[in-house]
Design a protein around this ligand. Sequence first.
Ligand code: AMP
Ligand code: TRP
Length: 344
Amino acid sequence: MTDHTPVPYAGPTRVLSGVQPSGALHLGNYLGALVKFAKLQHEMDTFIFVADLHAITVWQDPALLAQQTREIAAAYLAAGLDPKKATIFPQSAVREHADLAWIFQCVARLGWLDRMTQFKEKSGKHKERSSVGLYTYPVLQAADILIYKATHVPVGEDQKQHLELTRDIAAKFNHDFAAPAFFPQPDPLIQGPGARVMSLRDGSAKMSKSDPSDYSRINLTDTADDIAAKVRKARTDPEPLPETLEELATRAEADNLVGIFAALSGRTKAEVLAEYAGKGFGTFKPALADLAVETLTPVGERMRGLLSDPTEIDRILKAGAERASEVAAPTLAEVRKLVGFWGA
Ligand code: AMP
Ligand code: TRP
């Protein structure tokens, strides 16, 4: 996108990611994001937030937003994030995100945002009626990441383009303000079979909160019976599972179910095929349903348990916001100096 050559960044490694409080979480969020967060907290300093500023780029009922924020926090904890290891907080509680986002709006170019495919998908036919925030959404995302000088960003595949934009903004800021290597070039962590979980009704569409059919997704709070029924009714073809990944790749629905099986069991798709090649969905689906029930129902139960005591969640979010501010404030102070603001 740009011709600014990055200079090696010498700061500490740091993980950052977030999920929007804009609806019930599903298996795609769990495998594409939450499971990775829980693993990474043991490897690096980890910051995980609830993206409430991003959520309001489309209408959110003010009476529900705080509770939706607690629900995402509960899902983080239920998926294994430990507030002693990871900093967990609401985005809007750390004001530096929005401050840096404004400065980045003056660094990013219109042409860069014009290429963002997610805006095109989300704004649909009525682009002119979308909020301005929906358009500048990826600039705020860059600020979320760079205010902590994060180096690693675990996300699902749909966020790849936003990470590329973040890298471009970091490089242009470093260049424009003659501060080579001030911001790192963050690496997206997208690998693995859970990075793009597809709808159970249509192997060519992403599993998504906004799909009108609840049978298209497995929600983290679904009961064991719901999960089993959804797997049983998942769309498939009549052929048995193939021997090779090449053949599997030509069958979108089969590929998706094998990918889900692999991600839930911590195996590769090739390993799953080694066990199930030649077997039909009559055998594979019940095994997948059992695995999904076994893995997900305890997560849903933990979420419900945590939500029965919102004061504990609020305590965790407040402590997380304080710790996040301690890291974000010095970065913003440095940025203000670099930009040349009065009093900086
Ligand atoms: P969102 O619900 O859009 O805030 O997404 C939260 C996280 O889940 C992001 O890292 C997404 O990339 C990831 N994600 C969302 N949908 C999927 C999916 N179908 N497969 C894998 N990851 C996903
Ligand atoms: N845009 C992300 C999504 O929809 C959420 C998000 C906001 C995010 N800020 C971020 C993810 C920073 C990673 C890093 O899923």
